[in-house]
Design a protein around this ligand. Structure first.
Ligand code: ZN
Length: 212
């Protein structure tokens, strides 16, 4: 069965996830680690659990989710995949990184594109890719039906939703994505979001203030 390990990185308190299963293979999702200490935290987890990183995949390309991509690509010689519609966002990071105090952003190369309807597989684990734009134009989420969870990025948070005032954001599109792609998952599915603690589909359908 796949396991989900979360880390909280960088001044934005962004959740980085490592997924791994009995095969020992591991996938890194939204690595926001930005300094040596945070990279070392990832490396320690990989080493302690004897994991083999095989891929980096991102829900979207805002700065707080991509700060560690280039360093981990190099460290583990692994490819990076993103939805094509978020490529302009990734290219834009270097133009605003210093505004947030990140100097010399290390822009990673994209090795392949994630597409809705495709299944991303590693070890014995399958992740369904769903397209959930609104917070970012090329935002995707990863659903694992076996362990009943979704890695949702910045779409749906516990009692909140992603902001839509950033370039490429659209509030109506985000609400539509959540209604049609996220809330159609079973109520007991866990939502591992890009910020804050996990929640469930059922709890948010009932309590999220944006849907009452
Ligand atoms: Zn974001």
């Amino acid at each position: 069965m796949v396991r989900v390990k979360s880390f909280v990185f960088n001044p934005f308190s962004e959740n980085t996830y490592i997924l791994h299963d009995d095969s020992g293979e591991a996938v890194m999702i939204d690595p926001g680690c930005f300094d040596k200490a945070e990279i070392a935290e990832i490396a320690a987890y990989i080493d302690t659990n004897n994991l083999k990183p095989v891929h980096i995949i991102n829900t979207h390309a805002h700065i707080d989710h991509v700060l560690g991509v280039a360093a981990l690509k190099r460290k583990y010689s692994i490819p990076f995949a993103l939805h094509q519609l978020d490529e302009p966002l990734l290219k834009a990071v270097k133009t605003y990184a210093s505004n947030y105090g990140f100097n010399g952003f290390d822009e990673p190369e994209i090795d392949s594109y994630l597409k809705e309807g495709e299944i991303f597989s590693f070890g014995s684990t399958d992740l369904d890719i769903i397209f959930v734009p609104g917070h970012a134009p090329g935002h995707v989420a990863f659903v694992n039906h076996a362990a009943r969870f979704v890695i949702g990025g910045d779409v749906l948070f516990r009692l909140s939703i992603g902001r839509t005032d950033l370039p490429g954001g659209n509030h109506a599109t985000l609400l539509e994505s959540i209604r049609t792609k996220i809330f159609t998952l079973p109520d007991d599915y866990t939502v591992y979001a890009g910020h804050m603690e996990p929640t469930t589909i059922g709890f948010e359908k009932k309590n999220n203030p944006f849907f009452r």
